[in-house]
Structure formats: C-alpha cells, structure tokens
Design a protein around this ligand. Structure first.
Ligand code: FE2
Length: 406
C-alpha cells in the first residue's frame, strides 16, 4: 500500500515536471519538448489527467504481481448454481456393502447414458477409477468446471443421492494425457478431485501429497476395505517405445507410487481387518502384453506390488482397474498367496477403443469392447466372500459374469 502511494506521488511530480517542459509560455531554452497551444492554466488539469489515466493501470499491474507472488490460484470461487448437487455427502463407513459398482473413462461432452443402468443395480457404493472427466487442461478453473458439469448431471445426481462415492483420478482428470509426477498443476488437480468427491476440508487426505486413500465399510467378519492407489502423482516418466505399434517401453528403474505411498500401502495391506480387500488402480496391474499404460511399464514396481501382496497376506484381495476403453478380467496365481489374484478392468462409460482384440495371457473370459461399467455383487458363505464380477452395459445388459469364491 505504501509502495503504491509512493509510486503515485512520484508519477504526479514527474507529470508536473513534464508539463512545465511542454508549457508554451516558458523560455524555449527550458523546453526539451514542445506541444503547440499548451497554456500555463492547463498545467494542473493535465497533470491530474495523466496521473488518473496511467495510475490505475500501473497500480493494477502491481496488484497482479503481488497476487502472483503471494497467493496461488484459488479454486473456491467456482460458481455453484445447483446447491443440491454440491451439498456435502460424508462417507458412512458403518454401512455394509452388497453391491459395488465402478467405472472409468467418462467424457462429459458425450451422452451420459449409463447412469440409469448403474442405478438399476442398486449399488451401495460407486467407485471412480479415473478419467472421471476429460479435462486435459492445466487451467484448474476449466478442470473444476468439467467436474461441475458432471456433478450437476441429473443421472449422476440421482446416483449420488443413493450411493456413496469414492475414487481417484487417472490422467485426463489429472489434467494431462499419460501425466505423471512432473505435471506442474498436480496440487490443483488433486484439490479439484477432493472437492468433487466431497472430501471434508479437515481431512488428513487433503493435507498430504497425492490422492491415495482407504476406507473400510461394514462390521465384523463382513468388512470390505477399499485401498485406492494414486498412480499419477508420484509416477516416473514413461519411455516411448521405438516400435510404432506400441506406445511405451518398459522402464526397469521407474516407479509407480513413490516411497511414501509404498509405506502407506504396506501398512494398509498388513493391518487390514477386512475379509474382502479391494485394491483400486486406475491402470491395469496384471494384464501386461499390451503396449499402453499399465503397471507393466515399470516391471520392477509391478513385481514389488505383487511381492508386497504375498508378503502382507491381506485376506481375499481383488484388484479393480480402468483406463482401457474395454472390459476384461485377468487372473494370476502367485506363489505364497492362498487365493488367485484377479484384476477386473472396466472402461469406458462413454466411449470405447477401436480394435476388438488384444493379447493378454492372463485373461479369463472375454475381452468386451462395448461401453460398460463394472458391478461386484458380494455374498457371504460362512463369512467367506463370494464375489461376482459383472461387466454391464446399456439397458443394464450383462456382458459377462465371473464368480470368484474365496
Ligand atoms: Fe487414462
């Protein structure tokens, strides 16, 4: 403020000096410049006019400079028109879950046709596995606006009123295709996701780096835990594959999670008291034959994850994933794990990939290239979970159902 006042005073004095120089009735030797017709009587009004015209522009420039240095871009002021859509909805972990629905890859500018079909399954919870929106922008206001369009969509609002909602971003809602740890707007992207998911302002999740999170629902022997990984915020860069048919080449040194998240994950797996653990990954963990984004682009990180699962022995762990614009189930047997490990991929909700076939030595059942969402129906037999992995599409058509008895 003092700086601005001082600046304006200096401008005022300079303007008077200049005006004296221009004045026609001063001796010509004292006039470095000459403006014909300038009278002494016009000296003061001219000085004030110049100051008023230039002052605000200069002051504004200074304000912007201070703004940029002292305060990051604020997102709280995004206009909210639909109070119902934005009414906070806290997570209720006391609820038992029988139907879990999930999905990914949802372009808000394409018809949102699956919400009624998802609701028809009466899910207790909906899990976003990334690409919730396709913002692809480093403008966080624009990214928040995409979330706003989804949050105010009548179909999504109806689901939100009936089911709990948790989840994580992938790349397009992170703000950049195939983005990773070097994305400069990752703090803002995480904040937009937290706002979209109604994560409370005082949640520790908002204070730490990354969007990894966990929730345990239900009681007693029928607890179900979601362990949601953040595969973007700490992920190393991908190596482009020289083979034109494949996008990425495996990086033996690259990591997916970062050490803080690895420590968190180990703790979540080791100390889980749930009888069904659902590990959520935006990109596929098991399928490894394709050249797109996957854990397999970082073979040592994938191996570390699989070894961690064996070492920590969580009860009945199932992986769910997205990103691929098709649905399939992959299965692998891990030595030392007393049950087969499944990775149920469901994607996309508004658009699908072009090719209809792809090798995957771990696939069980079919690869289905149709718009889809995933449904896990959980039954309990003597406190052992039985889970049906259902891939469903428009008109709630059941494309494939695979039952896993733990
Ligand atoms: Fe993606």
């Amino acid at each position: 403020m003092i700086f601005l006042l001082l600046t304006k005073c200096i401008m005022f004095v300079c303007t008077i000096f200049a005006a004296v120089s221009f004045e026609t009735d001063s001796p010509r030797s004292k006039r470095p410049f000459f403006i014909p017709g300038m009278k002494k009587s016009k000296l003061l009004p001219t000085a004030f006019s110049v100051m008023l015209l230039c002052g605000p522009a200069f002051s504004q420039h200074q304000d912007d400079e201070f703004q940029a240095k002292s305060a990051p871009v604020q997102f709280e002021d995004v206009e909210v028109l639909d109070q119902e859509a934005y009414k906070p909805k806290p997570i209720d972990t006391t609820m038992s879950l029988a139907v879990i629905a999930f999905g990914s890859c949802n372009k808000i500018d394409k018809p949102q046709t699956l919400w009624a079909d998802i609701i028809a399954n009466n899910p207790n919870i909906w899990v976003w596995l990334g690409d919730i929106i396709y913002a692809d922008t480093s403008d966080m206001r624009a990214l928040a606006a995409h979330y706003k369009r989804l949050k105010t969509n009548p179909g999504y609002k109806k689901l939100r009123s009936r089911a709990q909602i948790i989840g994580v971003y992938d790349d397009h809602d992170y703000g950049i295709n195939d983005g990773c740890k070097d994305y400069p707007m990752k703090i803002g992207a995480k904040k937009c996701l937290m706002d979209f998911l109604d994560v409370p302002r005082n949640s520790p999740l908002r204070k730490r780096e990354g969007a990894y999170q966990s929730y345990t629902f239900g009681k007693g022997a029928q607890r179900i835990k979601f362990i949601i990984m953040d595969t973007r915020y700490f992920r190393d860069t991908l190596q482009p594959d020289p083979n034109p048919n494949r996008r990425y080449y495996p990086s033996m040194t690259g990591d997916m999670l970062g050490e803080a998240q690895w420590r968190w994950l180990e703790n979540e797996l080791k100390n889980s008291d749930a009888n069904l653990n659902i590990l959520c990954s935006s990109v596929q963990v098991i399928a490894d034959d394709h050249g797109h984004e996957k854990w397999g682009n970082f073979p040592n990180a994938r191996k570390r994850l699989l070894q961690l699962i064996v070492r920590t022995q969580p009860k009945n762990l199932l992986i769910i994933s997205g990103d691929r614009h098709m649905t399939e189930v992959s299965k692998m047997d891990l030595q030392g794990l007393p049950y087969p490990l499944y990775d149920f991929t469901s994607s996309g909700m508004t658009h699908i990939r072009s090719g209809t076939s792809e090798p995957n030595k771990f696939r069980v059942g079919d690869m289905i290239v149709k718009k889809n969402f995933g449904v896990l129906k959980v039954y309990w037999v003597n406190d052992h979970p039985v889970v049906t992995l259902e891939a469903r599409g428009p008109k709630n058509e059941l494309y494939q159902g695979i039952t896993v008895k733990y």
